[in-house]
Design a protein around this ligand. Structure first.
Ligand code: BGP
Length: 474
């Protein structure tokens, strides 16, 4: 018998810029991701690139076509329905609704696109779970205002929020404000469209931008509750517990501090005020957050659930020798954990860490959790019979779902599980196609070649059974 609750939201998660393509169609404005090429220099964007809209390295821009979901969503949703999805997490591209971000009137074609998308999901009784901002700031807001470091973005976002809540109030019951809000500290361009000039006080700018996002998020929560009574709106954290490398108390303290880099955001979003340790951090680092009268009051509008992604745990140390062994491909700067294997991209694989993370978040916030991303990025190949046999992916997901079941048995309330990239999509960190997460293979390579044909992988059939048995068969 399954211990997963009745109505558990099984499904998958995608983001507009990683699947839609059609980057200039339907009246859409340019967004920050549209300027990012594939490869190692992906984030070395400068103010010059923003001003002239010139490419970083003149390379291929994966987000421009992505997997063409903009045109193929009906076919793709039919495949999700075949797997039995109860939910699909998508994001709305802000620049499809307000092409410049600060326009007075929304773009009807953009609004209609998401109306059609939600209708298609509802046709199969798939619940849309909508992220309002997933790593794509309208470029005009970066050019004209310096993006989230400018207070002006709060009211633009509020306007965007009001527009989409009003339009989709009968279709969307699950919302989420900023994807992986803590990414702002690690990849500031990705998380908040921040581009630094020489001599900038980066920390000051990042935390001021964070304050603006936190106020904008709280205003969205307030509006959502008013416009769509009964809706649930959450935050979204790139989660993953941090282990101390040794029992040295200094290592433990360091691990606690690293976790707090992330908890800082959720403490504000879920508890409604800046925590004491953050105030101390600001003081110790000469960071002064400019607040407007009324901000503290606004921040008291807290989220209904804690959305989070979990890919890996992190490990930290105070020993310089250990610190030298930092893992590759991890924006959170973890040191190697000798007990854990790694993915082809160097991401630590730690199913037990998933259970620990879920317990930690639930203990801390006592609000329902929603696992909105989890999965394995791997190279897949189509064999001679035209099949993709991804047993390694099934193994990863199975082990993580077992630990999620343990967490539920521990008493953690979880609303649902939407694994990342149920259909292959463009990687956020590398821009590659070859880093695949899907149950559905998409014929497209790193250079943009391929027929875009969809092929069901072995994991497709496995996940279908998981959902059918409500997690009874993993
Ligand atoms: C998260 C993002 C997603 C997604 C995922 C996997 O950080 O919210 O957008 O891409 O990570 O990362 P990657 O695509 O780099 O493998």
């Amino acid at each position: 018998m399954s211990i997963f609750p009745e109505g558990f939201l099984w499904g998958g998660a995608v983001a507009a810029n990683q699947v839609e393509g059609a980057y200039r169609e339907g009246g859409k404005g340019l967004t920050t991701v549209d300027l990012l090429p594939i490869g190692a220099d992906r984030f070395s964007i400068m103010q010059g690139n923003i001003d002239t809209l010139e490419p970083v390295a003149g390379a291929y821009y994966p987000s421009h076509e992505a997997i063409d979901f903009y045109h193929s969503y009906k076919e793709d949703i039919a495949l999700f329905a075949e797997m039995g999805f109860k939910a699909l997490r998508v994001s709305i591209a802000w620049a499809r609704i307000f092409p410049h971000g600060d326009d007075e009137q929304p773009n009807e074609e953009g609004l209609q696109f998401y109306d059609d998308l939600f209708d298609e999901l509802l046709k199969y009784e798939i619940e849309p779970v909508v992220t309002m901002a997933h790593f794509d700031v309208p470029v005009h807001l970066v050019q004209k205002y310096g993006s989230w470091q400018n207070r002006a973005l709060v009211s633009f976002f509020e306007n965007y929020a009001r527009t989409i809540f009003t339009r989709y109030k009968d279709k969307v019951k699950y919302w989420m404000t900023f994807n992986e809000i803590n990414m702002l500290l690690h990849l500031p361009f990705v998380g908040a469209g921040l581009v630094f000039r020489e001599g900038d006080d980066k920390k000051q700018i990042q935390y001021q931008a964070a304050h603006h996002q936190l106020v904008a998020s709280a205003l969205a929560v307030k509006l959502c509750h008013k416009i769509i009574p009964g809706a649930k709106i959450g935050c979204m954290l790139a989660a993953g517990t941090t282990y101390p490398y040794s029992p040295n108390p200094a290592d433990y303290l360091e691990a606690m501090d690293r976790d707090r880099d992330s908890f800082f955001f959720i403490d504000v979003q879920a508890r409604g005020a800046y925590p004491g340790y953050a105030k101390r951090f600001f003081k110790d680092n000469d960071i002064v957050i400019e607040m407007e009268p009324g901000d503290e009051e606004i921040l008291r509008h807290t989220v209904d659930y804690i959305g989070f992604s979990y890919y890996a745990s992190r490990t930290t140390s105070t020993d310089p020798e250990v610190l030298g062994k930092t893992t590759a491909g991890n924006v959170f700067g973890s040191v190697e954990n000798p007990y854990l294997p790694k993915s082809e991209w160097g991401w630590t694989i730690d199913p037990t860490g998933f259970r620990i993370t879920a317990n930690q978040l639930y203990d801390r916030y006592q609000k329902p959790l929603f696992v909105v991303e989890n999965g394995l990025g791997a190279v897949d190949t189509v064999n001679e019979e035209g099949k993709v046999e991804d047993s390694y992916r099934i193994d990863y997901l199975q082990k993580h779902l077992e630990q999620m079941r343990e967490a539920i048995e521990d008493g953690v309330e979880i609303l649902g599980y939407t694994s990342w990239g149920p259909i292959d999509l463009v990687s956020a960190s590398t821009g590659e196609m070859k880093k695949r997460y899907g149950y559905i293979y998409v014929d497209k390579d790193n250079d943009g070649n391929g027929s875009l044909k969809r092929v069901k992988k072995s994991s497709f059939h496995w996940y279908k059974k998981v959902i059918k048995t409500n997690g009874g068969s993993l």
